[in-house]
Design a protein around this ligand. Structure first.
Ligand code: NIG
Ligand code: FE
Length: 418
């Protein structure tokens, strides 16, 4: 093996998803990571030596979560709106404008600080890849700084100038669509990989959405769509016709929508934290799975419809409320998210994958739903580097030199041995 290698051994359950299309796991397993990639997986007793070894003490190791839908560039919060909703008011897209006002008023430093805090929150919950949308600026300058800030912390940046029509264009939505397809796109495309549209009553209609996706594509961006969140509508069909990587929300689907998704390469990304936080009916995951539609789960972390950055929480909701099996939900939160971002290097731990791993403080993936609300993430590696350790890390896992000499024990944040 090459430069620096790490063996994680004595793994009770190693979720590999190695085949790609469905959950796969090995018991009594080990994984070797080297040069930031997965170099070997298999039974612990057959593992090769490495420069250092980590004893997982019978706990589970999973691919890092891939959160393929998040709105992290914003200022302010909408706790009062949430409380009013829980007291009986309905969710509506108009709340977005409150966050737009706060975001426009914020400094770059403030937005960057909020963004980094949310990214740190995600890492502590096992997310190693995340998408980040603009959409709370809605002027050329504010959208451009939003995507530029997002690009500093993730390669999966989405231009969402088409989030809602801002108040100053209330009487001229066509003028706003021209801005989104013209100067705003020109300013944002250099920093983004994706273009997204909120295709919904009260936001953008099918013709507007098609025009925006086509303009984005012409500028080199790949399409994804907010579709069928608040009611039945054309969003899924628009996404499929555009060859979008993902149609997100999919809460209200007709049979034709399900058939169109099944016949396409578009992933259905379900965001159960939104239904939890807006008290709406959950998407019908079983109907999609039965039709053969690949399903991803993501947080949609944003200050309005779901202010949670927790993939474990979404997994628990998917299992309890959408009747996904624990295996389906974990696949959807890892390999499913990767599919929704057209990534083949993350979401699985096949040989050659990016070494993004989560050590759970539990013996199996099922605990993510079995012990909801409990911080179960013991450690996280990103590109082979240990980037986060939780309190549970010290309870079993310990590092040691394996190939001659000893490596420093970093089993606790304060450096004390467990
Ligand atoms: O995904 N649907 C549009 N955008 C967000 C909501 C954003 C907000 O309410 O601030 C969503 O749910
Ligand atoms: Fe969203």
């Amino acid at each position: 093996m090459g430069t620096q290698s790490t063996l994680i051994t004595n793994i009770g359950e190693l979720v590999t998803n190695a085949g790609g299309s469905q959950f796969e796991a090995l018991g009594d397993a080990a994984v070797v990571i080297e040069d930031g990639r997965v170099a070997w997986t298999g039974r612990a007793r057959g593992a090769p030596a490495a420069d250092e070894a980590v004893d997982a003490a019978g706990r589970a190791v999973l691919p890092g979560f891939v959160d393929s839908h998040a709105h992290l560039v914003f200022a302010g919060e909408r706790g009062v709106e949430f409380a009013a909703r829980m007291a009986g008011l309905p969710y509506h897209a108009g709340g977005i404008r409150a966050t737009v006002a706060a975001t426009r008023a914020a400094s770059d430093a403030e937005l960057g600080q909020n963004l980094r805090a949310l990214a740190a929150e995600m890492l502590a919950q096992g997310t190693t890849t995340f998408e980040c949308k603009s959409g709370y600026g809605l002027t050329v300058a504010d959208e451009a700084r939003s995507v530029a800030l997002a690009a500093k912390i993730t390669p999966e940046v989405t231009y969402l100038g088409a989030h809602v029509v801002p108040a100053e264009f209330e009487t001229d939505p066509a003028g706003y669509v021209s801005l989104v397809c013209g100067p705003m796109l020109d300013a944002c495309a250099p920093h983004a990989r994706w273009v997204d549209v909120f295709c919904e009553r009260g936001a953008f209609d099918a013709d507007q959405a098609r025009a925006i996706l086509a303009a984005g594509r012409a500028a080199g961006l790949l399409p994804r769509v907010h579709a069928n969140q608040l009611g039945h509508g054309p969003g899924v069909q628009v996404a499929v016709d555009a060859g979008a990587a993902s149609a997100d929300h999919c809460t209200y689907l007709s049979d034709a929508d399900v058939d169109a998704l099944a016949a396409s390469q578009t992933t259905a990304t379900l965001l159960p934290g939104v239904e939890f936080s807006t008290r709406q009916p959950y998407p019908e995951a079983r109907r999609l799975i039965a039709a053969g539609v690949p399903v991803a789960i993501a947080t949609d972390c944003n200050p309005g419809s779901c202010f949670s950055s927790s993939m474990p929480f979404c997994i628990a909701l998917a299992v309890r409320e959408m009747r996904m099996t624990t295996q389906e939900a974990v696949w959807a939160a890892t390999a499913g998210g990767a599919r929704a971002l057209r990534r083949t290097d993350v979401g699985h731990l096949g040989v050659g994958a990016r070494a993004d791993l989560v050590l759970l403080g539990a013996p199996s993936h099922a605990y993510l739903a079995y012990r909801p609300g409990v911080p179960l993430i013991a450690a996280v590696w990103q590109g082979g580097i240990l980037t986060w350790q939780g309190g549970g890390w010290r309870d079993g896992a310990r590092r040691s030199g394996a190939r001659g000499g000893s490596a420093p024990d970093c089993s606790a944040p304060d450096g004390s041995a467990s």
